[in-house]
Design a protein around this ligand. Structure first.
Ligand SMILES: [Zn+2]
Length: 113
């Protein structure tokens, strides 16, 4: 389950931040997840509970925010938002889209104490 390794990656980030900034506990963590990141949210929520045990983020709330997929259209040279990697350009209907973003996952911010 790749959500478990994602959750462990977040735990590493949390522990580094806690050391650097000297906080003891995370109350809330906001995570941005790209539309094409292939993250199963329910699986990640489950993995989160397990991976954070014994870390500063144990019991913290996890908020998952969607990031839209973006692509550059070679027909109209606009950056457009797409729901599907194989979808045509929503602006001009062109089929030559170069994905720009949407497969990333990152910690946006945390509420700590
Ligand atoms: Zn276009």
């Amino acid at each position: 389950m790749h959500e478990m390794s994602l959750a462990e990656g977040i735990r590493t980030i949390v522990e580094e931040q806690a050391r650097r900034h000297g906080f003891a506990r995370v109350k809330l963590l906001r995570l941005e997840i790209g539309r094409f990141a292939g993250v199963e949210k329910s699986a990640l929520a489950f993995a989160w509970e397990i991976a954070m045990r014994g870390s500063p983020a144990e019991g913290a709330e996890l908020e998952m925010l969607d990031l839209p997929g973006k692509a550059l259209c070679y027909e109209c040279m606009e950056t457009v938002e797409i729901d599907d990697r194989l979808a045509p350009c929503p602006r001009c209907g062109g089929g030559r889209l170069i994905p720009q973003s949407g497969d990333e996952m990152r910690v946006r911010d945390m509420e700590v104490e």
